[in-house]
Write a protein that binds this ligand. Structure first.
Ligand code: HEC
Length: 153
């Protein structure tokens, strides 16, 4: 292959990649909703760590994590879930089409997360036993929705 041809192929590949990225449908919605879930996971992390005894219980840290989960569970969801952003229509998402077929149930599960988060908010800063007492309900709100509406890896 001549040098010119190599450069041409490389340039075409670069342009092709640029187009592919620009063409990802709903890229900002996917970034935002995955970011929201990453923030939820980041904040439930210390609560799970303390409950399991891997991190020493610290009331202030537990309270901040629980407060953040309440704040995250309060975000309006509508714009994050545009029709056509399911995993059968586009790449880079694990959101099942069932979300749009059962949108009221999906919204109710997000509300359940909010209730469990508020219960945790009332408990997390009290003591380790109180935190432990609410973790099953909070974690259960995450996994109930994942089982129904998220493609397993
Ligand atoms: C109402 C439904 C629902 C609830 C409640 C829920 N999730 Fe999810 N979660 C999803 C869906 C759907 C996806 C897939 C999103 C996508 O790929 O577009 C997801 C994706 C994720 C991801 C992967 C994000 C990524 O980078 O791809 C993590 C981590 C996660 N959730 C953690 C949590 C945690 C922790 C909780 C509870 C504190 C929680 N979720 C509660 C529905 C939910």
């Amino acid at each position: 292959m001549s040098l010119t041809r190599v450069l041409f192929v490389a340039a075409a590949a670069t342009v092709g990649l640029g187009v592919a990225l620009a063409d990802q449908p709903f890229s900002s919605e996917l970034d935002a909703r995955k970011g929201q879930f990453k923030m939820l996971a980041f904040n439930i992390g210390p609560l799970v760590g303390m409950a399991q005894g891997n991190i020493e219980y610290d009331a202030a840290t537990a309270q901040m994590a629980a407060d953040n989960i309440v704040a995250l569970a309060s975000l309006h969801q509508t714009r994050l879930w545009p029709a056509g952003s399911d995993n059968e229509s586009i790449d880079n998402t694990r959101a099942l089409p069932a979300i749009w077929e059962n949108s009221e149930d999906f919204a109710a599960m997000f509300d359940d997360l909010g209730s469990a988060a508020r219960d945790m908010q009332a408990a997390a800063g009290t003591d380790l036993n109180a935190l432990r007492g609410q973790l099953r309900a909070l974690g259960g709100a995450c996994s109930a929705c994942h089982e129904a509406y998220r493609q397993p890896e």
